[in-house]
Design a protein around this ligand. Structure first.
Ligand code: ATP
Ligand code: MG
Length: 422
């Protein structure tokens, strides 16, 4: 008889459970709380788009488009791609729905994104991002707003200490052209020492060489000319306004003149929040200004600035603090009181008391189950005068206080019973 081989989890995907899931959820909860504080609206966009949405906006020469996209024809023959990031889909939605009428628009979203990468710690093929964007605001104050939001999020998660904001400017179009020419001249003079990847980048996207992780490229990238000598007065004023705004908001930052972004359309501000606590996967949050992107998709000229952060990478930085509330089980002393226990459980839950129920066995068995599940107490439903009894299972709460403040107001009300027996 042949046994069925169970299907394996697909390489680079994850099943997120228990402590890991709780850290993951804390990132999303904090993000939702902070985005409300900053008056950002949440949107939902499709998991897949026409391949052109990503190919045209992210840029054909980037790693994401040239190597990492999950693209496939659907049954009707349309070429689709699972979103490798959110910005392009948001720009597409902005155009599709005529959202320029609402500009400037402050948006967030979050969810799964997909990239065909070599899986390792902190790097998956299906991972999750939180994403914040401001569309239709060319002002440096928009960059400040987004970076302040990111900074507050890291503080609320309790991880701001180990994370540094690295900031750079890529200038305006004129600046970028002049700097690009200087970079090409520099890299051309060191052709023989560059990696094969960087020789390709030299033809297509020389700025990306600055970002190379190949040790052969590092000395040449590090000795390349800075953008500063090429900044126009406007580009310098823009960057100065961003840094002055960050200082006013109390956001700590460091200049990193080597920082460039993968997307072709980045202008002015580029930034990354990095940590040394995650080894090679040290970038937890990254973004910048992309004023040309909406236009590159055929939309109206629209300024844009945004960032995305890896939920898994942020979650990995969190302390495993136990954030669970006090949880109690409702257990009937005898089978006859099972229905009453069900009724009480419903009542407690309606009053926001975290309550568990067991599905099997007598009172003793159910109490054992409650212990095994790590619950903090058992509320017994009994026959006779002392209808309720709370047995404490953990030292995480004060029993008398819990009874007085949480249980009596609810149970006392419908049973008309005094405080004593509980
Ligand atoms: P990296 O240099 O690590 O490949 P990236 O520049 O490709 O990052 P972005 O496109 O800016 O990353 O994505 C934003 C964030 O998403 C990153 O800062 C990181 O936290 C996270 N991230 C990117 N790729 C992965 C992945 N394969 N698995 C998990 N998280 C990822
Ligand atoms: Mg990448």
């Amino acid at each position: 008889m042949s046994r069925i081989q169970p299907p394996a989890r697909v390489r680079g995907t994850q099943d997120i459970f228990r402590g890991e899931q709780r850290r993951f959820a804390r990132v999303l909860d904090a993000f939702d709380r902070v985005r409300r504080l900053y008056c950002f609206e949440r949107i939902e966009i499709p998991v897949f788009e026409d391949t052109q949405v990503f190919a045209r906006s992210i840029g054909e020469t980037t790693d994401v488009v040239s190597k990492e996209m999950y693209s496939f024809p659907d049954k009707g023959g349309d070429m689709l791609t699972l979103r490798p990031e959110f910005t392009a889909g948001i720009a597409r939605a902005y155009i599709s729905n005529g959202w320029q009428q609402y500009a400037p628009l402050k948006l967030v979203t979050s969810g799964a994104v997909f990239r065909y990468e070599r899986p390792q710690k902190g790097r998956y093929r299906q991972f999750h991002q939180i994403d914040a964007e401001i569309l239709g605001a060319p002002e440096p104050a928009a960059d400040v707003e987004l970076l302040t939001l990111a900074d507050q999020l890291l503080h609320e998660l309790g991880i701001a200490e180990g994370v540094t904001l690295k900031l750079n400017t890529l200038g305006d179009a004129e600046t970028r052209e002049a700097w690009r020419a200087a970079l090409v001249a520099h890299f051309d003079a060191h052709r023989g020492e560059l990696s094969e990847d960087s020789l390709t980048r030299l033809e297509k996207n020389p700025l990306r060489i600055l970002d190379s992780k190949d040790p052969r490229d590092r000395p040449i990238a590090d000795s390349a000319p800075d953008i500063d000598a090429y900044l126009t007065a406007e580009a310098r004023a823009f960057f100065d306004a961003v840094t002055a705004g960050l200082d006013a908001a109390g956001v700590k930052w460091e200049r990193d003149a080597r920082l460039v972004r993968g997307l072709d359309y980045y202008r002015h501000t580029a930034f990354e929040f990095v940590t040394d606590r995650l080894g090679a996967q040290g970038t937890v949050l990254a973004g910048g200004r992309y004023d040309g992107l909406v236009e590159s998709l055929g939309g109206p000229a629209t300024a844009g600035v945004g960032w995305a952060a890896g939920v898994e990478r942020l979650a990995m930085l969190l302390e495993d603090a136990d954030e669970l509330p006090v949880r109690i089980a409702v257990v009937a002393d005898v089978a006859d009181l099972e229905k009453e226990a069900t009724r009480v459980a419903r009542l407690l839950r309606s009053a926001d008391i975290v309550t568990d129920r067991s599905f099997r066995g007598n009172a003793k068995k159910q109490t054992e189950t409650a212990k095994k599940r790590g619950l903090d107490g058992v509320l017994f439903i009994r026959q006779g005068v002392s209808r309720y009894y709370l047995q404490q299972l953990s030292a995480r709460f004060d029993r008398d206080e819990y009874v007085r403040d949480k249980l009596l107001p609810i149970l006392g009300e419908f049973e008309g019973e005094g405080a004593s027996p509980l």
